[in-house]
Design a protein around this ligand. Sequence first.
Ligand code: NAD
Length: 288
Amino acid sequence: MTAIKMDGRAVAKQLNEQLAQQSMTLMQQGVIPGLAVIVVGDDPASAIYVRNKERKASKLHFNSVVKRLSADATQEEVLALVQHYNVDPEIHAILVQSPLPKHLDEETVMMAIDPKKDVDGLHPENLGQLYAQVGDHYPIACTPKGIMTLLNAYKISLSGKHVVMIGRSRLVGKPLLALLNNANATVTLAHRHTENLKALTQTADIIVVAVGQINLVTRDMVKPGAVVIDVGMNRDDSGHLTGDVAAGVDQVAGYLTPVPGGVGPMTIATLMQQTIQLAAWQTGQAVN
Ligand code: NAD
């Protein structure tokens, strides 16, 4: 069997078409969605992601600002910039590109972002609402939200299904655990201290892996027909982008996301979706 490829590029393209409409609707009401991306230092991987984000935002005619600070920027400089965008009415969404240089405290920077403009949903106030299932006007981390859109596009049912989520970061694993749980899946959250990972994944209807380790999920770990979502983005020895899933898994799985072309494009499209949503909420407009 060869797994069905979950084509994130195609689903993201459809989403982008809807977003172009929504963006136009907002503009007719005098609102231009504003996205500020703060980049500190010159991490080469970040440079590629930021360029992709910039490109998509300008295609949708956003007010897109990328502010680059040097690698030796101080915590105060970064916080001052966050504060500047917090009070700028033309900016509705703020993203601080991770990773920050080691001398900066990511937690403090993240906490400084106005929760209403926290486009990646990392602020505890936003993550807390997601877990508590209270309110409906809060941002959700873009990668997990994009994965939910992708699962939905392929009509993968979640209710009652066993999902093994490998990786528990605040960016991916934790919010996805809440989203899946809210969709009535039974979720096992695995991480670096998990024992007998293989025994767990072998019982999973859906495996999501977000670790950052080449070949972490091998074909013997996958139940025939399972859905496998590969979030990992790694460079192999020859510099090619590769995920956390080993070759051969496609011979066992029912569905599989490719890397590149699976989760990555969904993350960027979802970032644009959420920027539009934040702009609409902050200005009291409707986009649908
Ligand atoms: P992170 O380093 O913050 O978290 C990694 C997680 O993996 C941790 O929870 C850790 O406990 C777990 N882990 C480590 N080794 C493990 C092991 N041997 N077995 C089980 N769990 C283990 O990373 P992150 O920010 O969540 O990113 C994870 C990966 O996903 C990276 O490759 C990153 O580049 C990628 N990523 C991709 C996208 C995308 O849009 N495609 C978005 C975000 C992150």
